[in-house]
Design a protein around this ligand. Sequence first.
Ligand code: PLP
Length: 351
Amino acid sequence: MDPRVLEAMIPYLSDQFGNAASVHHSFGRNAKEAVENSRKILANKINARPKEIVFTSGATESINLAIRGICEKSTEKGHIITQATEHKAVLDTCDAMVKKGWSITVLPVDMDGRVDPSHVKDAIRNDTVLVAIMHANNEIGTIQPMAEIGEICHGNGVLFLVDASQTFGKLDIDVNALHIDLLAATAHKIYGPKGIGLLYVNGKNPKVKMTSQITGGGHEYGLRSGTLPVHQVVGFGKAIEIARKDIESENERLRKWTGMMLSKFEKIGGKLNGHPEKRLAHNLNVRFEGIESKAIINSVSKKIAISAGSACTTQIVEPSHVLLALGLAEDETHSSIRIGCGRFNTDEEIT
Ligand code: PLP
């Protein structure tokens, strides 16, 4: 976590410990003001209105709320379109909807991990309710053609859900220009605390109608009950405030580092997984054919934290579903490593 974020959070864990829902006294009102200030900053970052932001425990919950909430609200079982390299939060939630009678189309990606917008268009049916496509992939960093897909969804009256866990605060996002109806984001990807995320829910043209998944006191416009963790909300807001100021120079530095590592790896036979240009600045996924990724990771793991896949699924020894979707053979997936660099790395460390 960025120390500036921690500093902003600490007062809300000590002397300013009011409950943002208890507005009958000044402690509660102070907490509410801090929450609403963060909500405004976060909304502003994606050109949304503050009341379109629902705080959750992270992107997994936001995605669950979006998909389950939309499906439950619908009177008939419909159709959802998604794509093969989505995070399990999307894929497994879609599977859960299949068990409830919905039908799902999982679109393929090309060898760089991109979805062809014309495939989205062709997959839309009369009963299609939702298209769920991530902004950028967490394992390979490939960025999807958001504007084209948003345009297609909008033109066909289908809701567009975007998992922006990897891009919120890192790339420019305008939910109106991109025709996004629902957007999931999380604080821990941008040097904020773990356990806090948001769901943007379009409030007009069309106003998204959905049911809550956590019921209770009716917090968050009735969409997500539960006392807000004010310190985490404040941390999320601070993280995005810092990102807004520093992001251009940060991305430039990260791109230089990942580019430098890639060119060195290529000299010793490494091959890039993911798109060569349309990619996140901080992410690098390379394969070294004939070498087990476990061997590489173990040989450096005392000093360097790298992984074979996504953090959420590395406990499972199955090949990465993302790499398989690119068309890699199973042994190629087992010879791939993922490196993420960030704000607090140094030139020396990268070298
Ligand atoms: N979606 C993507 C693309 C991710 O990288 C992650 C990673 O954690 C998630 C969803 C889940 O987010 P959270 O950990 O906030 O639930």
